[in-house]
Design a protein around this ligand. Structure first.
Ligand SMILES: Nc1ncnc2c1ncn2[C@@H]1O[C@H](COP(=O)(O)OP(=O)(O)OP(=O)(O)O)[C@@H](O)[C@H]1O
Length: 344
């Protein structure tokens, strides 16, 4: 059942920026949906409208059937965690968490019980007396999450909550937050421009560009079957090759490939792991660089016209810079006029 319903929401800022453009989305109970897109695609503005920190120019937002479009943040059943933790530095951790519950006039004993339970949940049991500026960045972000969770919102809104943390910590917190979200079964909308974050955490991903949805789907589906060249280029590493189809063959420079679609221009999308290389006497490309990652290798190669492609190889030691190679795509998608028209 859908808990959050966003219907044709548009946000135009004064000055004319169309940050969000007739955007619609339904989020099911307990689902974690990631809004993924490049900087400026409207993700934060959309999230802020769900949280009540920004007013839509038009459209409607309902939560559990109630129209919240024009309600202030404090009257919405949402909890938002921002990129910067925005904790109260003059209060200790306990008081940061207890504050919202006190406003609700909850009895002290109940507040203590709830705060301690949430601190335990985010891995900070026993940290109640610490001042927030005596905590590491990761711990501060856990407190920010706990401060939202303790109010038991129906919907958790996370705006790039790990952006300021280092890679290692980010990966750990990602797993922890996903784990907590699933244990609580809390409906969550998560903004990120990191595809790894989206692919590893989300039940569904909404890929956004220019304030609009490019594609919505399960992470594996969006990765395997991008519906537009934008999504193909944005999620994971992808070779996007512009070329011409003639008599059942796609061609770009010396690289040609049988493709049974109508004649005309086309963009081919080939994952590096789906592009096989062989050393050849009649090469179609030249090896530019070989990178050995231990578990696999990545070969950068150039077509005669300078188009750069990437191929993932199991044995990087077989290739070296300057070598001529032949290419064999195992799986491709083809796009024309921004639409997918072929997939193998
Ligand atoms: N308060 C504002 N006034 C005017 N324009 C704004 C305002 N907030 C955002 N914008 C513009 O709206 C567009 C969308 O911004 P938004 O922050 O939602 O994008 P984003 O996808 O979250 O980007 P990022 O990943 O960089 O945070 C941008 O062009 C931005 O400059």
């Amino acid at each position: 059942m859908s808990v959050l319903h966003i219907a044709e929401v548009t946000k135009t800022f004064s000055g004319g920026t169309h940050a969000v453009n007739s955007f619609s989305l339904d989020v099911a109970d307990g689902e974690l949906v990631c809004l993924l897109g490049p900087s400026g695609s409207g993700k934060s503005t959309l999230l802020r409208m769900v949280g009540g920190f920004e007013q839509p120019t038009s459209g409607r937002i309902t939560i559990d059937g109630e129209d919240v479009t024009h309600l202030p943040p404090e009257r919405r059943p949402t909890g938002m965690v921002f990129q910067s933790h925005a904790l109260w530095t003059h209060m200790n951790v306990f008081k940061n968490l207890a504050f919202g519950l006190k406003l609700r006039r909850m009895p002290a004993a109940e507040i203590r019980e709830k705060v301690e339970a949430v601190l335990e949940l985010v891995g900070l049991a026993g940290y109640g007396d610490r001042m927030t500026n005596q905590l590491s960045g990761g711990q501060q972000q856990r407190v920010a999450l706990a401060r939202s969770l303790v109010l038991e919102p129906k919907i958790l809104l996370l705006d790039e909550p790990f952006a300021s943390l280092d890679q290692h910590l980010r990966e750990r917190l990602r797993e922890e937050v996903r784990d907590i979200q699933q244990r609580l079964g809390i409906t969550t909308l998560f903004v990120t421009h990191g595809q790894d974050e989206a692919l590893s955490m989300a039940d569904r991903i909404v890929v956004m560009a220019n304030g609009k949805t490019e594609q919505i789907g399960r992470p594996d589906v969006v990765y395997r079957d991008p519906k537009t060249p934008f999504v193909a280029g944005f999620i994971g590493t992808m070779n996007l090759v512009e070329g011409e189809v003639k008599n059942g063959h796609f061609a770009r420079s010396d690289f040609s490939f049988p493709l049974s679609i109508a004649d005309g221009p086309a963009t081919l999308a080939i994952r590096p792991e789906a592009l096989d290389l062989t050393v050849s006497e009649t090469p179609k490309a030249k090896v530019h660089r070989v990178t050995d990652y231990g578990s696999h290798g990545l070969v950068d190669l150039d077509l005669a016209d300078g188009t750069r492609l990437k191929s993932m190889v199991a044995h990087p030691d077989l290739f070296r810079t300057g070598q001529g190679v032949d290419l064999e795509p195992r799986a491709v998608a083809a796009y024309r006029n921004n639409q997918q028209i072929f997939r193998s």
